[in-house]
Design a protein around this ligand. Structure first.
Ligand code: ATP
Ligand code: MG
Length: 422
């Protein structure tokens, strides 16, 4: 049997209901905050990701699904959404009408990492991106929106981590100091960090290897190097979070894996998923729109790991696949012909209805109705046909009522508070 690709997964009925519920909560909340949905393709030219995420990041160096298409052009299954949203913002000149734009998008991402709990090769993200606002209010507003989402979904035990990465003015000074420090403690660093040290020294700060973590305890602190506008910006963000009673931790090791971030970065961490502690991450990327060929627009966004969110929520909630409202148990050809007519009428009228098409005993049909969780069963056999009335049985109370066959559809619909077409 051909099985699915390692690190990919199916989301089956029974679980998909939870995904749908989350999507509905996200859409309602994000729209209240002024976001509009945008849908972008799942493949882009490889250069888009290489240029935006950065050549020396884990994603670009070893995680992307990149293929030559049939003409030899390099294309990549998107590892994240921000680059594509920025491309769309520039390509369609969305800034020309109104520089301030807010988008959200939900969809699959692809990274070739080692599959494990909370880590897949196709996974889903919920993204929000804002263009054209430099003010710290928007940083706070995004974090408030994100933590409201987690509240509404009753996700407990999460912590907001925030940090500032500084800007193109002040970060070079920090980078230099960090490089010097790393040079002095090389013997304590893992092989990955020795490699990162040159090209992407900030990444050493969030290495998960215990020896590296230990060595980083004495590393220079980014916040000490911020220029005064960056300091002021970060102070404002904190002040606003305090006003809205969002508790947070200032985490000096939070640097995030993508090159384009600056100033405020944040992450929502959880203890519920073992090693995979990040449920969502985001931050400012003020330089990216320009880097990708657009005008100089500040920007900020975040991505929620949808799969991880589902895993946390599933641990404390039971969402069931909804059973049909009605099951029609019909016996004999004539009854089945009538029943099929009713079935389609019910389907069209918005009453979730199923029936048994093949000749099965009443007992077998009742068993199936029970198994699929039907709320009511309509029973029609030779007797009922002869008497021109059928039985409607409530599966939980076991109560039965008789319904005349003449205008049956309207009467059954009325039982469910629905109206027929007529
Ligand atoms: P991590 O440190 O866990 O690798 P990341 O920094 O690579 O996360 P981002 O690129 O910031 O992750 O993506 C945002 C969110 O997407 C993460 O916080 C996480 O919840 C989720 N995520 C990232 N990679 C995966 C994956 N391979 N499988 C499932 N979810 C993922
Ligand atoms: Mg990662």
């Amino acid at each position: 049997m051909i099985q699915l690709i390692r690190g990919f997964k199916d989301i089956l009925p029974g679980e998909v209901e939870l995904w749908q519920k989350i999507e509905a909560v996200v859409a309602a909340l994000f729209q209240d905050f002024g976001f509009h949905e945008i849908r972008i393709p799942i493949m882009e030219k490889t250069a888009l990701f290489a240029r935006s995420i950065g050549e020396h990041t884990d994603i670009v160096e070893k995680e992307m699904y990149t293929f030559p298409d049939r003409k030899g052009d390099l294309i990549t299954l998107r590892p994240e959404a921000t680059a594509s949203v920025v491309r769309a913002y520039i390509q369609h000149k969305l800034y020309a009408k109104e520089a301030i734009q807010k988008f959200y998008t939900i969809g699959p991402m692809f990274r070739r990492e080692r599959p494990q709990k909370g880590r897949y090769r196709q996974f889903y993200q919920i993204n929000a991106e804002v263009f054209g606002v430099a003010a710290p209010q928007i940083d706070a507003q995004l974090i408030i929106m994100l933590s409201t989402l987690l509240d509404r979904l009753e996700v407990k035990n999460t912590t907001v981590h925030i940090n500032s990465l500084g800007c193109f003015e002040c970060r070079p000074g920090f980078k230099a100091a960090l490089k010097e420090f790393l040079g002095e403690c090389q013997d304590q660093l893992c092989l990955d960090c020795l490699r990162r040290m040159e090209k992407n020294p900030l990444r050493v700060l969030d290495c998960k290897v215990p020896d590296c973590k230990k060595a980083m305890e004495k590393a220079p602190v980014l916040l000490d190097y911020l220029c005064s506008p960056c300091q002021e910006h970060f102070k404002q963000v904190q002040k606003l979070l305090n006003i809205f009673k969002i508790s947070y931790i200032i985490n000096q090791y939070l640097v995030r894996g993508l090159d384009y971030y600056n100033r405020t970065t944040f992450e929502i961490q959880t203890s519920a998923l073992g090693a995979q502690s990040a449920v969502a991450g985001g931050g400012r990327y003020d330089g990216l729109v320009k880097t990708l060929g657009g005008s100089d627009q500040p920007a900020i966004g975040f991505a929620i790991g949808f799969d991880r969110l589902v895993e946390i929520i599933r641990q404390n909630s039971e969402i069931q696949k909804a059973g049909p409202d009605l099951f029609i148990a019909a016996l004999g050809e004539t009854a089945k012909t009538k029943a099929f007519d009713w079935l389609i009428n019910f389907n069209l009228a918005g009453l979730k209805t199923e029936m048994e098409f093949s000749q099965k005993s009443l007992k077998t049909q009742m068993k199936r109705a029970n198994r699929i969780g039907a709320k009511q069963v309509l029973i029609i056999g030779e007797n009922e046909l002869a008497r021109e009335r059928v039985i409607l049985r409530d599966m939980s109370t076991k109560e039965q009522i008789m319904i005349p066959i003449s205008n049956l559809v309207e009467q059954v619909l009325a039982q469910f508070g629905l109206k027929g077409e007529n």
